[in-house]
Design a protein around this ligand. Structure first.
Ligand SMILES: *Cc1c(COP(=O)(O)O)cnc(C)c1O
Length: 401
């Protein structure tokens, strides 16, 4: 592989994010292909036995096995690290593989974690069910209140884990305040940045230590593949994350890495347009539905905080109707917007979290995090927002709203 400019820090450090999203990390083969090549290979061969030995000993640069290294996957890792402003990044097969690795790689029996209570259903399962099974205690807090993190700290607290904006209630966490509390106490803050992507919010700039992604969402952006990523310091990635992932194997396939590389080329365009569309659609729904949870609207109690740490608030927001029956009736009345629990797609998608994404969370925990029976979550896509408004309008009429 020719190491072309897309991987050379001395060249790329001057590039702005939209340029990095298109070119960062690109490494061309001897054929000089413009679009990144897909290296679908599980292994690598060596010119001689001594080379194989030197590579395993870490004395020779090069790849040994695709669970550990792959040229296409490395291009994606370089690109995400550049966009995030992180020293290093490792991709994973899914967002949940990324969250699991980011937590388990640094925790052990006897440790304690403080987590935001509004979270993706599987993230709550990790914190509430999996960690305690291995003797790692956890406390969930209302992450909108930075002091709640402080109050929950114990002598053995090792990690703060939260997302902002949070799925699906759109709670916003004060990154600077919460990451500051962590840093003062030597606690590692792990931020799930799936709802924002580095195009809208870069938690490391606010003092976060580790940023984890479901790249399935806006990074692919077209609903095609599952992928995840973990970003942090070179020290964290090399000495803490890699020993865990190299041996447990949550590796991203080269094909899926390539799809996400193509997705990143349009990330900046998509998230800006989808954020603008989500504000337009949110403005229509405001006043038409009993309650809307949209950090991009001035009516959201954390609007100012969201705008102070994000470029724009992204494609996703939530709103409430009376109850489950009305929520299901509204979904069934939609003609353009799909009923789907995915997000970050260029298509508009709507779901009822209590019966889908948060079905596995206890009714008690759902109530505590604000996932009510009437809550609906909307991912606003790249369609003309007026068509989305027309669809919502006819569906709302059908359910008497
Ligand atoms: C989707 C999502 C995940 C899990 O990602 P997968 O790619 O589906 O495994 C984690 N956190 C948040 C906030 C998500 O939206």
């Amino acid at each position: 592989m020719k190491r072309r400019s897309g991987q050379d820090r001395s060249v790329t450090q001057h590039w702005r994010p939209a340029t990095l999203a298109v070119r960062g990390g690109t490494a061309r083969s001897e054929f000089g292909e413009t679009s990144e090549a897909i290296f679908l290979t599980s292994g690598y061969s060596y010119d001689c036995a001594e080379d194989a030995a030197a590579r395993f000993a870490g004395e020779q640069e090069g790849m040994t096995y695709s669970r550990l290294q792959n040229p296409t996957v490395e291009m994606l890792e370089h690109r995400i690290a550049l966009l995030e402003g992180a020293e290093a990044c490792r991709t994973m097969a899914t967002g949940m593989a990324a969250m699991t690795a980011a937590l388990l790689c640094q925790l052990q029996q006897g440790d304690h974690v403080v987590a935001g209570r509004a979270a993706f259903g599987s993230c709550r399962w990790l914190v509430d069910t999996l960690l305690p099974r291995f003797g790692i205690q956890s406390t969930t807090v209302d992450a909108r209140d930075s002091r709640a993190f402080e109050a929950a700290v114990r002598p053995n607290t090792k990690v703060f884990f939260f997302e902002t904006p949070a799925n699906p209630t759109m709670d916003v966490v004060d990154l600077k305040a919460v990451c500051g509390i962590a840093r003062e106490r030597g606690i590692v803050s792990v931020v799930d940045n799936a709802f924002a992507t580095p195009a809208l919010q870069r938690p490391l700039e606010f003092g976060a230590d580790v940023v984890a992604y479901s790249a399935t969402k806006m990074m692919d952006g077209q609903g095609r593949v599952l992928a995840g990523a973990v970003c942090g310091s070179e020290d964290f990635v090399t000495n803490t994350l890699l020993p865990f992932t190299r041996n447990t194997g949550p590796t991203l396939s080269a094909f899926n890495a390539w799809v996400v590389l193509k997705g990143l080329e349009t990330l900046d365009l998509r998230v800006r347009r989808q954020s603008a569309n989500a504000v337009t659609v949110g403005q229509f729904l405001e006043g038409r539905v009993p309650r809307i949870l949209h950090p991009g609207l001035p009516s959201h109690p954390q609007h100012a905080l969201a705008m102070s740490q994000m470029v724009a608030t992204g494609p996703i927001f939530a709103f409430e109707v009376a109850d489950r029956a009305q929520a299901h009736a509204l979904l069934n009345a939609l003609e353009l917007i799909d009923i789907s629990n995915n997000i970050g797609d260029s298509r508009s998608l709507m779901t009822h979290p209590a019966s889908t994404t948060h079905y596995g969370v206890s009714a008690e925990a759902r109530a505590e995090m604000g996932v009510t029976e009437g809550l609906l979550r909307l991912n606003v896509g790249l369609e003309d927002p007026q068509d989305l408004i027309d669809d919502l309008d006819q569906a709302l009429r059908q359910v008497g709203l």
